[in-house]
Design a protein around this ligand. Structure first.
Ligand code: HEM
Length: 125
């Protein structure tokens, strides 16, 4: 991977899911660590890097979201990943709902990586 922006994008993606899994474990085990300030702020910093690097990649590759279905799929799935994360960590009233939203978000993330690698919204087909 010789493109530094692409490397940054992929590292930010890896940190995003690693942090998400870590926070999920803390949350589901009712650990007090979830209230640590750095654990609340760092995902926002990392997600900003992920999005800004995505915008730079889009410009450099001269890609238009409107006629690139895999990019549209990525954006929709990213919104779903964020929404499921909010359910898991903020809105879920029961531990079960939180757990399901957390697991679903991890699957959605895997789908995003699949779309990124195959450049197809259907990933496997
Ligand atoms: C959680 C969200 C995201 C993840 C996990 C992710 C993951 C990845 C990965 C793994 C690659 C490297 C693919 C490869 O080189 O084989 C990549 C590339 C790329 N991503 Fe993302 N991405 C995310 C969000 C986005 C968003 C929102 C956009 C913009 C709409 C975007 C635009 C791009 C572009 C333009 C490339 C470079 C494609 C190329 O020219 O090879 N990504 N992404």
């Amino acid at each position: 991977m010789t493109n530094p922006v692409l490397t940054l994008h992929v590292v930010a993606a890896f940190l995003s899911i690693s942090g998400f899994i870590f926070r999920g474990i803390l949350h589901l085990s009712s650990s007090d660590l979830v209230n640590k300030k750095w654990l609340k702020i760092s995902p926002h910093v990392n997600d900003t890097i992920l999005i800004v690097s995505a915008i730079v990649l889009l410009q450099r590759a001269d890609l238009n979201i409107l006629d690139t279905p895999w990019l549209q799929a990525k954006i929709v799935a990213l919104i779903l990943y964020i929404a499921l994360g909010l359910i898991a960590f903020r809105f879920a009233k029961t531990r079960m709902v939180s757990l399901f939203a957390w697991i679903a978000a991890i699957f959605v993330f895997a789908y995003i990586v699949g779309v990124a690698i195959t450049k197809s919204p259907l990933v496997l087909f």
